[in-house]
Design a protein around this ligand. Structure first.
Ligand SMILES: Cc1ncc(COP(=O)(O)O)c(C=O)c1O
Length: 389
């Protein structure tokens, strides 16, 4: 246990990450079936790797770049934001970051004063909750409506607003539920933000992974939201570039210098070699993204089929996006999702993530990742069936 006189109170408030805890425990189990990580298992496409190698050979990566990112990359991002997100941006509104995570952290630090309240529709990505705590803000968790597919409860969000509310953070497509918030709901959320002068911080990491005709919508494409949104994006998921640590955010040009004041002492600039790789990713053919999407859709269908066979144990909402799902555990043991996950790991050799890691309304659920080869899904469910069936 750390000495709590030496460690800051805000850090002491942060508990162990359930995801990392499950990963640690899984390492002790031989031949585990692993459904715990929201991490692409595919390799980065070759043309992206080759661009990075060329940049290294040409001596382009040994110094810092501009703190906001290579101008040529920011221009390419501007084109992408217009084309795919409907955001009429310019380069002064773009900051290249160390993955979406650093963008989110910098935005939160730039906006939130100690004691400010930040609304998070839950279950949500646990990192967002921690980032608010690190900024000495107060996370205010507002449950989504599970029976309707974990959709936003706009009335409950309105009710949760107080004079201390500063921002709303959401992620869509969602980690952990696979929900894609509809354009209609996001327009309603925008109205709430505008009426109450709040900033909406978005995590759009899974923007390209939606299924069955469901469309990703960026709230910053609503012209009135330009001054009220900070939108965070990443190359991690789209191009299987987890380890490259490269992403970007869009905000209005008055806010960017303020967010940059946080970005510089935390990062100086995003890794330069990764910025060249990101440039190649945006400029190159996009069929790799289509391939990944098709792979995840097929994996989702398989996971749903396997869950259907266990319908006395799990009830689930079919994911419309991301590569994660969040079934409810119907068994009594599901009351303690962390205990249930540990039992599954020990007895069935299957690694999952306890729902409680994603906010209090996550209890009684498991997060399952389907960004794995289909054999891994079969292996995991064969074992779960043998153990529970
Ligand atoms: C919702 C969400 N946002 C962000 C990230 C991480 O993004 P990055 O690697 O760009 O920092 C993840 C990774 O799992 C995620 O699920």
């Amino acid at each position: 246990m750390p000495d709590n006189r030496r460690v800051s109170r805000r850090v002491m408030e942060i508990g162990k990450s359930a995801i990392h805890e499950m990963t640690r425990l899984s390492k002790e189990v031989e031949d585990v079936a692993f459904l715990s990580w929201a991490k692409p298992t595919s390799d980065t496409p070759d043309h992206i790797k080759e661009a990075a190698i060329l940049a290294i050979k040409n001596g382009l990566v040994s110094g810092y770049s501009e703190t906001s990112g290579l101008p040529v990359l920011r221009e390419e991002i501007v084109r992408k934001l217009k084309r795919d997100n409907g955001i009429d941006a310019n380069a002064a509104q773009v900051l290249v970051t160390v993955g979406a995570i650093e963008g989110l952290a910098a935005a939160i630090m730039a906006l939130v004063d100690p004691g400010d309240e930040v609304i998070l529709p839950t279950p949500t990505y646990s990192t967002h909750i921690r980032q608010v705590v690190i900024a000495s803000g107060k996370p205010v968790m507002v449950p989504t409506i599970e029976e309707e597919g974990f959709v936003l409860d706009i009335a409950a969000i309105r009710k949760a607003i107080t004079p201390r509310t500063k921002a709303i953070i959401y992620c869509s497509p969602s980690n952990p539920t696979g929900t894609v918030f509809s354009e209609g709901q996001l327009r309603e959320l925008a109205e709430v933000a505008l009426e109450n002068d709040l900033t909406v911080i978005t995590d759009e990491a899974y923007e390209y992974f939606t299924y069955d005709g469901h469309k990703h919508f960026s709230i910053a494409s609503i012209p009135e939201m330009r001054k009220h949104a900070v939108s965070c994006y990443t190359f991690t998921k789209t191009y299987a570039m987890t380890g490259w640590r490269i992403g970007y955010l869009h905000a209005d040009e008055e806010l960017i210098p303020q967010i940059t004041k946080v970005h510089i002492p935390f990062a100086i600039c995003a890794p330069v070699v990764s910025q060249y790789a990101a440039l190649a990713a945006l400029r190159g053919a996009q069929d790799c993204v289509t391939g990944f999407r098709e792979h995840y859709r097929a994996a989702r269908d398989l996971m749903c089929e396997r869950l259907d066979r266990l319908n006395s144990v799990f009830e689930y909402q079919r994911p419309r996006g991301s590569y994660l799902m969040f079934p409810r555990i119907l068994l009594e043991e599901g009351k303690d999702s962390a205990g249930f996950c540990k039992t599954l790991l020990r007895e069935a050799k299957v690694s999952t993530t306890p729902g409680v890691a994603f906010g209090p309304t996550g209890e009684r659920h498991l997060r399952l990742s389907f960004c794995v080869p289909q054999e891994e899904i079969h292996k995991a469910f064969d074992r779960i069936e043998a153990f529970l069936g």
